[in-house]
Design a protein around this ligand. Structure first.
Ligand code: GLN
Length: 473
């Protein structure tokens, strides 16, 4: 296990040396990749010295000096937090998000804040005010979004682990496009305190890593109830890392895995073939694989975007230029707010604010938002039915390979369509993962697993099973 060996190595060699190597790589290659918006090297060096001392006394935390990057919509005190937007270009977070605090307590070294689609609205990592992130596999291609910098920084070996957020696929999509592991926890398992909200009923922070063990390790640190986020719930008692470590080949025989043909409709032939091949590997190791149906998947995109537009326009109302960030001004309050927003928000953000305001207007409420919420429960029911009989649902993460930078940015509908396989997990509040299982012409293909709400250990075991059956990165 890669991350486990790395920790063992770090304990016997040098944390400062590991950090130093990463910083050198960032300086050499991140001008091109653009995975960071802000670096915190000085603070990271100070922390690494402190952790070296803790290790001498055998008092180090679970993360033992691993280098960690954090998406720029999650607060790290005294570091700039831009959400990839001009709106917050000069905003410095005055406090730590709960997840940041937990990482610091367990001796993770925070190296910096990652590039992202503006306010997490995007699927390819190119809508940031700070310029597009590029795919480390081939810099002509998009890295996936919205947690583009998180995935790219792990794939480039600029850090050992990263934290992103997933509202409709923003962890799984870039994980798939950059060839790393990404994990969207069940809704409420990880605190959103200190996460700038995009669509509060759908989102949450989650880990990126280079293997299943790394995902389990960071999840062990960040999961659990938080009094500062009232929707959080108690986690399973067992340790996720132990669940992964104790899993072995013979456990694959006990797994019941479903696949739904709807998750393969419209998917590139090459991707379909690789995923079906890997499902075959699991079957030959004894997993029970059966076909099920997910009849309402075709409604997932319209439902998701109606919910997102509505919740996003409400979340963005605080960015009026008076309380936070960029301010242009005007003769009266209406002119001041609109000229500030006009000047500081990007096209996609404005589009969502306008559409969200429209669909939640009193006269349309029953027509759009309420209907979307009702339809959302139908998707939930589909998953419930599947998880009554199966441990996992397996399929591709993305319907296509990464596209060239610039190809979809002015075509919102084709950008939204990329989310068809990821958004339903958010609508249902269940957990889902993406892991690399192959390449087509050097571009990575991600395999997606879903498990029922708060069944993360089942999902992690599934990821480990795929790792055993199909190999890692
Ligand atoms: N691509 C989706 C969107 O643009 C998901 C974003 C996310 O998960 N933050 O809404």
């Amino acid at each position: 296990m890669f991350t486990k060996d790395l920790i063992d190595n770090l304990l016997s060699t040098s944390i400062e040396e590991n950090l130093h190597k990463k910083v050198e790589e960032i300086k050499k290659r991140d001008k091109e990749i653009n995975s960071f918006i802000t670096l915190g090297i000085e603070e990271a060096e100070k922390t690494s010295k402190e952790i070296e001392n803790k290790i001498k006394d055998n008092k180090q935390g679970k993360l033992s000096g691993l280098v960690i990057s954090i998406k720029d919509n999650i607060a790290v005190s005294n570091l700039r937090m831009t959400c990839g937007s001009k709106v917050l270009e000069n905003y410095v977070a005055p406090y730590d998000a709960t997840v940041t605090n937990l990482i610091k307590k367990q001796d993770g070294i925070i190296i910096g804040k990652c590039n992202m689609d503006e306010f997490a609205c995007g699927s390819d990592g190119t809508s940031s005010y700070f310029g597009p992130t590029k795919n480390p596999r081939d810099t002509e291609y998009v890295p996936g979004g919205s947690s583009s910098g998180s995935a790219a920084s792990v794939a480039s070996d600029f850090c050992d682990l990263s934290l992103g957020s997933d509202t409709g696929g923003s962890i799984r999509c870039p994980a798939s496009f950059c060839g790393v592991y990404g994990f969207k926890p069940s809704y409420g398992l990880v605190s959103r305190y200190g996460l700038s909200d995009m669509a509060m009923s759908l989102e949450g922070p989650g880990p990126f890593a280079k293997d299943t063990y790394g995902i389990a390790l960071l999840l062990d640190v960040i999961a659990g109830k938080d009094s500062r986020d009232t929707v959080t719930v108690e986690r399973e008692k067992l340790s996720y890392t132990e669940a992964v470590e104790n899993f072995n080949d013979s456990d694959i025989k006990k797994m019941k895995i479903a696949f739904a043909k709807e998750f393969f409709e419209g998917v590139d032939e090459g991707i379909k073939k690789i995923i079906l091949d890997k499902i075959g590997n699991l079957e030959s190791l004894g997993a029970k694989i059966e076909e099920v149906s997910m009849p309402n998947l075709k409604y997932a995109i319209p439902i998701y975007y109606l919910v997102v537009f509505s919740e996003f326009s409400s979340a963005m109302s605080k960015f009026d230029g008076f309380k936070y960030g960029h301010y242009v001004g005007g003769q009266d309050i209406v002119e001041a707010v609109s000229s500030t927003r006009e000047a500081a928000m990007g096209t996609e953000v404005k589009r969502r604010v306008l559409l969200g305001t429209f669909v939640t207007m009193e006269e349309f409420r029953g027509k759009w938002y309420t209907k979307a919420l009702k339809a959302r429960s139908v998707i939930k029911e589909d998953f419930k039915r599947i998880f009554n009989s199966y441990d996992l649902l397996i399929g591709p993460t993305m319907p296509t390979l990464p596209w060239k930078i610039g190809e979809r940015i002015s075509d919102p509908l084709s950008m939204y369509s990329a989310d068809i396989l990821t958004v339903s997990a958010n609508l249902a509040g269940i957990c889902a993962s993406s892991q690399p299982i192959g390449n087509i012409k050097q571009l990575p293909v991600g395999l997606q697993l879903h498990a029922d709400s708060l069944c993360e250990s089942k999902l992690l075991k599934g990821m480990r099973a795929v790792e055993i059956a199909c190999g890692g990165m």
